[in-house]
Ligand binder design. Structure first.
Ligand SMILES: *Cc1c(COP(=O)(O)O)cnc(C)c1O
Length: 419
């Protein structure tokens, strides 16, 4: 059974203070998980996890992760600013962006973030924008040399990164232009549960780093295996064996990196989903019940708060607070209020009988959840609540208001505007 940290009574109390819908995050569980990841990868001489801000761009969460020793992975200036505000400064922030505007490169350089280039043409582009920094990283796209996974697609169809040949040319060019320290990055999977897949990705980077040293005399300072560690969204799936990944990556390191004379080589990751995903829930209330050709449960939330089911057909487990042990006797489509028929949190799902007023909890929403929200249909996104390690609850983001929705409009100009 999937976990939710609050009993129905405690949830009802919380909902008095913070009306549903809201996201709930569990600080204690996030911290315990961060510690587990750090411990597993402590077998590497220089390990750093850079949490991808896009998955959960809340500075309170980032501050907790910074306290656990994590850095950030950012892809835009606002994400860099969030990371900075949370204390992830200087090289603790990786700037892994693509199609990057010149101004964002310049700002990232000013902040001392590690710039990770997405393309060989970006070397000249970066030089023009702000000069070549001492430390630069490049993103590798292995193309047909590595199988993709279902979600991110085949690497040769992915828009990211340098080809293998471009990488050799690129590092040589960066060195010519004055770069002194080098990182090597790739990201080829998303939501991947196979431990061997992640080990293989690391091995590819270790081998490439060894080859760059042998062929060009370029000494790579760190490899970054990106994000993509999967979580078991479905109750019958098995969690990724983090310790197995770390141990087998270390074995590959001993076989490849050490003989190549590259030890110590830093290992960096940009895991996000696996860090916070299972420890965040979208808490909603059933407000309507409808019987037509199917049975529908209408929630007070919608796809604007969590778009993964509607966008990807992704499975998110669902439980009804106080009915966790009840038999799943009903078949429902559990839906949101958007005027789009794909606004369904669950389709033909077996669930206990739901009554109007029940709290319906959507699991594994702690990453790529609220972050992907939008305002289509005039929907206002919900807020976020943090369940602290001491059992107290604090609001870490209020829900949106109409004023937020209208903030980019000028109604005075509208009044003066002649149609
Ligand atoms: C999205 C993303 C991540 C995080 O991915 P997860 O699947 O959440 O671990 C890391 N790095 C980059 C470059 C990304 O785009």
């Amino acid at each position: 059974m999937k976990r939710f940290p609050l009993s129905k009574e405690r949830l009802a109390e919380l909902a008095e203070r913070f009306p549903t819908p809201f996201y709930l995050y569990d600080e204690e569980a996030i911290r315990a998980n961060a510690k587990r990841i750090s411990k597993a990868f402590s077998v590497f001489p220089g390990f750093k996890e850079h949490f991808a801000v896009k998955a959960l761009p809340n500075p309170f969460i980032l501050k907790i992760l910074a306290d656990e020793g994590f850095g950030a992975d950012c892809a835009s200036l606002p994400e860099l600013v969030l990371a900075q505000k949370a204390g992830m400064t200087g090289e603790a922030a990786m700037f892994t962006s693509n199609e990057t505007p010149a101004r964002e490169y310049a700002e990232a350089a000013k902040m001392g973030a590690v710039i990770n280039l997405d393309d060989i043409t970006h070397i000249d582009f970066l030089e023009k924008a702000c000069g070549i920094p001492e430390l630069v990283s490049c993103r590798y796209n292995p193309g047909p040399l590595k199988e993709g996974n279902a979600i991110i697609g085949k690497p040769e169809e992915a828009k990211y990164g340098f080809t293998r040949d471009q990488l050799f040319e690129g590092y040589a060019k960066l060195r010519e232009k004055g770069a002194k320290r080098f990182g090597l990055h790739t990201m080829v999977a998303s939501n991947e549960l196979s431990a061997d897949y992640h080990v293989e990705t690391g091995r590819i980077l270790f081998e490439l780093a060894a080859e760059l040293k042998a062929k060009l005399g370029i000494r790579i300072e760190f490899v970054n295996v990106g994000g993509g560690a999967g979580i078991p969204y479905r109750p019958d799936q098995k969690a990724l064996d983090i310790e197995y990944v770390a141990k087998n990556l270390r074995d590959a390191y001993d076989k490849i990196v050490v003989p190549a004379g590259l030890d110590p080589l830093g290992l960096r990751m940009e895991w996000a989903r696996i860090v916070t995903g299972p420890y965040g829930w979208l808490v909603t209330t059933a407000i309507h019940k409808k019987e037509i050709y199917r049975s529908y449960i209408g929630l007070d939330s919608c796809m604007a708060d969590l778009m993964r089911p509607g966008m990807y057909g992704a499975y998110h487990h669902m439980s009804v607070s106080g009915k966790e042990g009840a038999a799943a006797t009903e078949t429902y489509d559990v839906v949101g209020s958007l005027c789009e028929n794909n606004d369904k949190f669950a389709v033909q799902r077996q669930l206990p009988k739901i009554d109007v007023g029940d709290f319906v909890v959507i699991h594994d929403a702690g990453a790529h959840g609220r972050a992907m929200g939008f305002n289509y249909n005039g929907k206002l996104r919900c807020g976020e609540v943090l369940l602290r390690s001491d059992g107290s609850a604090v609001r870490i983001r209020r829900s949106e208001t109409m004023d937020d929705y209208f903030a980019t409009l000028d109604f005075d100009a509208l009044a003066a505007f002649k149609a």
